[in-house]
Design a protein around this ligand. Structure first.
Ligand code: NAD
Length: 525
């Protein structure tokens, strides 16, 4: 969208760092970049609309950064790196502690920004801030996490020790569905390790990242260590092609993750690119059906199914099937759908009109390809929010693997029930799927659960836990088309991703000692 820009003097910090721009009449907020410690309008003349999914109305526009804007953010991060990387571990940890306190104190404000732009209910948005905070808390332990190793006397008078150093400027490119948590999977660890960071958040819900930037500044983080540049493919490609960016963390859909990994690694960068998902939950006949149905419904319809760990396919094994479908139908019909700002709502709208139409189209395709729609979320309207992007909870029974609704990542409030004869067939079904993010089993059999956990080709596994997102002190990541690259995010693998090792072999010979230099390869004495 071309924009006529009218700058307000000294737009300041969010919400003050929003300028107000006239787009065909009404004034809307402009979400700016954050470079070198302050909000900036940059050079771009393109913007994208930011909607309130509950009302369907545009509420802001976000700048789409140019190559020059991204270049400015990378340059600011590059200038900040020498000093930040040399800042002592204790000082870095102090800034992280201060940031933790500020995010905790302002969690409600951040959650409100998320709800207004993403659509998820406020309690869920608060939950995402909390899970992001746990990564900050993990990163506060950076002095412990960066401890090296020391081997005394590996040879006569020779010691060997190792330590890890930051990479330089690193970047994060993040999806719309967790506008606070997913960036917080990345930057607390990267910054704690001594790197400087450029974040390119989703253009659909960009405001939370600016609030976090403001809190970093309040916490005492030097200008330029954390930068936010908004944008689309132009901004992303500039990051991927910049010789000054050492590493890229990406979370988003599989086609883009694959592209980011290929282009980033071709340019010599370290890349971790987390992709999409199609998470299965297996329900065995020995499971507690009521317990399983409660958790299946929460995992399928929470956040309107827009979670990479949402359960999209329930695999009902043998005699479990009819009871599971009936119990899940009851839960689906009972979900309270409404505006995320309404405290009574359990599920909000989906993110955009396009997402809504795509999801409705997939339900249509499932029906026409032979699935039975047992709970129908099409034509769903919320009184007072008739223009909102709502899709009601939907259950499709007797889904088979050739159907579009099974093959595609729906990313909406749709649960497909696939029927299977036994646990081994169910495991084979999970393994035949190209994705491998998360999976779960509901059972009272330890033997079946153990067979499942050892047999599935998936990165994160739940046993009677439908959304098995690891805590911050473990690492998060899938297998197969759900992750390109070999390091998962946060936890120990995050520290490893954002640092590289040095191993020193040292001796301090006494001046009177005879030299033992030799032309053969050094061996231990
Ligand atoms: P997306 O892939 O459309 O966008 C992700 C990021 O990539 C955004 O910042 C976007 O601006 C950028 N982008 C989009 N198209 C691009 C292009 N052609 N070239 C370069 N950059 C581009 O994903 P989304 O719709 O924002 O998020 C939903 C997806 O993310 C789902 O597939 C979901 O499963 C996935 N996801 C995965 C995880 C995980 O941990 N594996 C977590 C959250 C979300």
């Amino acid at each position: 969208m071309e924009r006529k820009r009218r700058h307000e003097p000294d737009a300041g910090v969010f919400p003050r760092h929003a300028t107000h721009t006239e787009i065909g009449g009404p004034f809307v907020r402009t979400v700016q970049h954050w470079i070198a410690g302050k909000a900036t309008a940059g050079t771009a003349d393109r913007t994208a609309p930011v909607f309130n999914p509950a009302t369907g109305a545009q509420q802001a526009e976000v700048l789409l950064g140019s190559q020059a804007d991204v270049g400015a953010a990378i340059a600011a991060a590059g200038e900040a790196f020498p000093e930040w990387s040399q800042t002592s571990l204790t000082k870095r940890a102090k800034v992280l502690f201060a940031f933790r306190e500020l995010v905790n104190a302002r969690a409600q404000e951040i959650a409100e920004l998320i709800t207004d732009e993403h659509g998820k209910v406020l309690s869920d948005a608060l939950g995402e801030v909390q899970r992001g905070l746990e990564v900050v808390e993990f990163a506060c332990g950076i002095p412990q996490l960066l401890k090296g190793e020391y081997s005394d006397q590996v040879s006569a008078g020779v010691d060997t020790y190792s330590f890890r150093e930051p990479l330089g400027v690193v970047a994060g490119i993040t999806p719309f569905n967790f506008p606070a948590m997913v960036p917080m999977w990345m930057f607390p660890v990267a910054i704690a390790c001594g790197n400087t960071f450029v974040l390119k958040p989703s253009e659909r819900d960009p405001s939370a990242s600016l609030k976090l930037a403001e809190l970093w500044r309040e916490a005492g983080l030097p200008d330029g260590v954390f930068n936010v540049v908004h944008g689309d493919k132009v901004a992303v490609d500039t990051i991927l092609d910049s010789p000054d960016v050492a590493a890229v963390s990406f979370v988003g859909s599989t086609p883009i993750a694959r592209y980011i990994h290929q282009r980033g690694t071709a340019n010599g960068k370290r890349v971790q690119a987390l992709g999409g998902a199609k998470n299965h939950a297996i329900v065995l006949p020995d499971a507690d059906v009521e317990f399983a149905a409660d958790h299946l419904a929460a995992a399928a319809f929470g956040s309107a199914g827009e979670r990479c760990m949402a359960i999209s396919a329930a695999v009902a094994v043998g005699s479990a099937a009819d009871a599971v479908v009936e119990a899940v139908n009851d839960r689906a019909r009972a979900v309270r759908v409404g505006s995320g700002r309404d405290a009574a709502s359990e599920m909000g709208p989906v993110v955009t009109r396009e997402a809504q139409q795509r999801i409705l189209g997939l339900i249509d395709a499932g029906e026409s390809q032979g699935a039975k729609v047992t709970v129908d979320g099409r034509g769903f309207a919320v009184p007072g929010y008739e223009d909102g992007f709502f899709v009601g909870p939907t259950v499709l029974d007797r889904v088979t693997t050739e159907m579009d609704v099974y093959q595609q990542e729906i990313f909406g409030p749709v649960l497909s029930v696939v029927r299977s004869d036994d646990v081994d067939q169910a495991i084979a079904l999970v393994n035949a799927n190209p994705y491998g993010n998360g999976t779960a089993i509901f059972t009272s059999s330890g033997e079946a659960a153990r067979r499942f956990q050892r047999g599935v080709h998936v990165g994160m596994i739940g046993i009677n836990v439908p959304v098995p997102v690891p805590m911050a002190f473990y690492s998060f990541g899938g297998w197969k088309d759900s992750l390109f690259g070999d390091k998962h995010v946060h936890g120990p693998e995050g520290v490893s991703f954002y640092t590289r090792a040095k191993v020193v072999t040292a001796r301090w010979p006494h001046v009177s000692h005879a030299s033992d230099a030799s032309f053969h390869f050094p061996t231990s004495k």
